[in-house]
Design a protein around this ligand. Structure first.
Ligand code: 5AD
Ligand code: SF4
Length: 444
C-alpha cells in the first residue's frame, strides 16, 4: 500500500502554491495524495504567522491531532511554512505528538525528512535558511486553467509590524528564463491565466541587481519579466501580487499599461493613509506618493480597478490618522480591500519599540467603518457597469448550481451567467452585464 499524505494550507497564496508544488514533489517520490484528512498516513500543516489568530488556529488544529496519533501511532504529523520557521524546536516541545518541523527554505528536503521520520521513527526539525542556490519547485497539478507561479521569495522591506522577513528570509528572485520555462509548460497543459507571486513582487531582481551594482531608480526587472511572459503563446492573462509602491516606477507603469495580457486590476497595499503611521510602519512612501502612483496607472489605464491591504489600529494611530486612511479609500475607490486589525508579532521592530496601545474595540470599530466604505463603493461601482460588455474567462459551474456558471473579468470581478452548450471552460467570451450586486456581476 502506498503511503498517503494530506496537506492542510493556512494563509496566503504563496502557501497555497508551496503546498501544490510540495504535493507534486511528494508524488514524484512515491507518496500518494489523499483528500481524506482522517485516514491519511502523513498529515502536513502548511502554516502562516502573519497574525496571532492564524497561529492560534494551527496550534488548536494540530493539538486535536493528538487523539488521532494515539489511535494510529504510525501516523506522521509535520508542520511546515512560516510558523515552522519562526518557532522551530519550540513547536516540537509544545506538541509532543508532532514528528517534524520544516522551515520555508526546506521544501525540497521534505521527501527525505519524511522518509527518515517513517523509517527511523525519529523527530526532526529542519529550519536552516541557507544562502545556497535558490531552486524553486516547479511542479503543478495538471490541467489548471489558472495557475500560480512563484517568481521570488522573501522580503527585504522589514515593515515594522511584519514577520515575513523573519519567516521567509531575504529576497531571492528566480531567473526570467526559469519562470518563462515554467509558464510555457503550464500553457502546454491548458493554463490560460497565471498569477505571479512574490511577497514584494516589484522588488523582483532588485537584490541581485544591487549585488551587481546595476540597480538604478529606472530599473524594473519585473517589467522585463512581464514583457517576456507576454510572449508566451497560450497564456491569455497575467496577474501578480503584491507590488510595493517604492518600486512602482515609470518603467513598471508603462509595462503594466501597455502589455495587453497584463490584467488591469492591481492589488497595491497601502496599509495606512497617515504619513506619520506610514513612517512608523517603515513603508518608505507617503500617502501622496502612493496616490501619485495610483493616478499614474489611472492616467494610462482609465478602466483599471484597485484593491489593497490596510491595517487599522497600528500603534498610536489617532482617530484623525485613521480618518486619513478612510480618505485614501475614498480617493482610490477600491474594488476590494483586505482590512486587518493590527496584531503585534513577537520579534518584529514594532513589538520591540512601539506599544500595541489601541484597544481591541477601537480596532474593531475602525475595521467596520472601512468595510462599510468598501461595500458602498463596490455596490456603486458594480451598478455602474450594468449595460457594459466585457471579456470574461469562463471558469466553470458555480457553487449555486450546475446551470449557473461563473468567470472573471479582466478587472477581477466575478461574473455569473446561465450556462449554454456553446460555452466551455477556458473560453474568453464577451458578456453584457445585466445586473450587479456588491458581490458579483450577472451577465449574458
Ligand atoms: N497585523 C495586522 N496585519 C498585518 N499584515 C501583516 N502583518 C500584520 C500584522 N502584524 C497584513 C498587511 C499585509 C498583509 C498580507 O497582512 O496588511 O499587507
Ligand atoms: Fe511584510 Fe512589508 Fe514585506 Fe509586505 S513588504 S511582506 S508587509 S515586510
Amino acid at each position: 500500500m502506498p503511503t498517503t499524505f494530506y496537506i492542510k494550507t493556512y494563509g496566503c497564496q504563496m502557501n497555497e502554491r508551496d503546498s501544490e508544488a510540495l504535493a507534486c514533489l511528494l508524488e514524484m517520490h512515491g507518496y500518494v495524495e489523499t483528500h481524506e484528512e482522517s485516514t491519511a498516513d502523513v498529515l502536513i500543516f502548511n502554516t502562516c504567522s502573519v497574525r496571532d489568530q492564524a497561529e492560534r488556529k494551527v496550534i488548536g488544529k494540530v493539538g486535536i491531532m493528538k487523539k488521532l496519533k494515539r489511535e494510529r501511532p504510525a501516523l506522521v504529523i509535520g508542520v511546515i511554512g512560516c510558523m515552522a520557521q519562526r518557532l522551530g524546536e519550540e513547536l516540537l516541545k509544545e506538541l509532543p505528538h508532532l514528528d517534524f518541523v520544516a522551515g520555508t527554505d526546506q521544501l525540497q528536503n521534505i521527501p527525505a525528512i519524511l522518509d527518515e521520520c517513517i523509517a527511523k521513527k525519529t523527530r526532526k526539525c529542519a529550519i536552516e535558511m541557507g544562502p545556497g542556490v535558490f531552486r524553486e519547485l516547479d511542479g503543478h497539478r495538471p490541467g489548471r486553467l489558472i495557475a500560480e507561479v512563484s517568481v521570488m521569495r522573501g522580503c527585504d522591506q522589514f515593515c515594522t509590524y511584519c514577520v515575513v522577513p523573519y519567516c521567509r528570509g531575504r529576497e531571492k528572485s528566480r531567473p526570467i528564463s526559469a519562470i518563462v520555462d515554467e509558464v510555457k509548460m503550464l500553457a502546454d497543459t491548458g493554463t490560460k491565466e497565471i498569477l505571479l507571486l512574490g511577497q514584494n513582487i516589484t522588488a523582483y531582481g532588485v537584490s541581485e541587481a544591487r549585488a551587481q551594482g546595476i540597480y538604478t531608480p529606472e530599473f524594473s526587472a519585473f517589467a522585463d519579466l512581464l514583457e517576456a511572459l507576454q510572449e508566451v503563446d497560450g497564456i491569455e492573462r497575467i496577474r501578480f501580487t503584491s507590488p510595493h509602491v517604492r518600486f512602482m516606477n515609470a518603467r513598471f507603469v508603462e509595462a503594466v499599461a501597455s502589455l495587453p495580457k497584463v490584467c488591469k486590476s492591481f492589488h497595491v497595499p497601502v496599509q495606512s493613509g497617515s504619513d506619520r503611521i506610514l513612517k512608523l510602519m517603515h513603508r518608505n512612501y507617503t500617502a501622496a506618493e502612493y496616490l501619485d502612483r495610483i493616478s499614474a496607472i489611472k492616467a494610462k489605464v482609465p478602466q483599471a480597478t484597485f484593491s489593497t491591504d490596510i491595517i487599522v489600529g497600528f500603534c498610536s494611530e489617532t482617530q484623525e490618522e485613521f480618518e486619513m486612511t478612510h480618505q485614501v479609500m475614498r480617493e482610490v475607490g477600491y474594488d476590494m480591500a483586505y482590512i486587518f486589525r493590527y496584531s503585534q508579532r513577537e520579534g518584529t521592530m514594532a513589538s520591540k519599540t512601539l506599544p500595541d496601545d489601541i484597544p481591541e474595540e477601537v480596532k474593531h470599530e475602525r475595521n467596520q467603518i472601512l468595510l462599510a466604505e468598501l461595500n458602498s463603493h463596490v455596490a456603486a461601482a458594480n451598478a455602474a457597469l450594468v449595460g457594459a460588455t466585457m471579456p470574461v474567462l469562463v471558469e466553470g459551474p458555480s457553487a449555486r448550481g450546475p446551470k449557473r456558471w461563473y468567470g472573471r473579468t479582466d478587472t477581477n470581478k466575478m461574473l455569473l451567467f446561465d450556462h449554454t452548450e456553446d460555452i466551455h471552460i477556458g473560453d474568453i467570451r464577451n458578456f453584457t452585464i445585466t445586473r450587479a450586486t456588491e458581490n458579483a456581476l450577472y451577465g449574458k
